[in-house]
Design a protein around this ligand. Structure first.
Ligand code: SF4
Length: 230
């Protein structure tokens, strides 16, 4: 199966801001104390030096959508969120993004010495992963636009209505080791700061909805309020 690997620094030419780092920690920048603000500011340089962004993605043809099951040549996804995501799609983009494990190793080390800085650095890593996935989404969006097609709602295994075990289907489609990502027995990705996602492609799709719109936790979820899912 054909796949694209993106891992040049030019492809991921982004800078982190204090706002990014605070949001990465789940903190509202408007309400951050000066101590947290300064801690966020202080880790930006180190975070930017430690991130090792990489991504891999492919496109698969949808063979059939039967109720909550979408079938493609190499496997299937099943779930209520799958149905909402895939309805009307002819193809699916399937992607994995990571920032590597060097930053997380530094967070673990720093946690023993300076927990406030460690948590800020962790937030910077989350913010960086968010930027990597946004860059890949933009690339996919540009590719789709050039073909005169449209994208639907992005979603991923592990969100409500899409069992985390289906990460195995994602990893069957993509040689994730080529970007240094592997799946544990319990379907967690290593490095920890990695994310997978699926975006449907078709003639007349809309990406106005997000998985939060269908999630039972939406009324109390801080992440949703910020629209900050990675
Ligand atoms: S509401 Fe919260 S838990 Fe539910 S999908 Fe959105 S971010 Fe995730």
């Amino acid at each position: 199966m054909l796949h694209m690997i993106v891992k040049n620094s030019e492809d991921f030419d982004f800078r982190l801001t204090v706002t990014d780092v605070l949001k990465g920690q789940g903190i509202d920048p408007e309400r951050a104390s000066s101590r947290l603000y300064e801690a966020a500011q202080a880790v930006i340089g180190e975070a930017e030096a430690l991130v090792e962004p990489a991504a891999i993605y492919t496109v698969v043809d949808v063979i059939e959508l039967d109720h909550q099951t979408v079938r493609f040549e190499a496997g299937q996804f099943v779930g209520s969120l799958v149905q909402k995501t895939v309805a009307g799609a002819d193809q699916l983009y399937v992607a994995i993004c990571t920032i590597g494990e060097t930053l997380d190793n530094r967070v673990d080390q720093l946690m023993r010495e300076n927990p406030v800085s460690a948590i800020a650095l962790d937030g910077a890593g989350i913010a960086a992963l968010r930027k990597v996935s946004q860059i890949i989404e933009a690339l996919i969006s540009r590719e789709t636009g050039e073909l005169g097609l449209s994208l639907g709602m992005r979603a991923q295994p592990g969100q409500e209505g899409w069992p985390i075990e289906q990460q195995r289907e994602v990893f069957k489609l993509l040689p994730a080791r080529e970007i240094g990502v592997r799946l544990t027995e319990s379907c967690l990705m290593i490095p920890r700061k990695s994310v997978s996602f699926v975006i449907p492609r078709g003639d007349n799709l809309s990406n106005a909805a997000v998985p939060c719109d269908f999630c039972s936790k939406r009324s109390r979820c801080e992440w949703r309020k910020e629209k900050q899912i990675v």
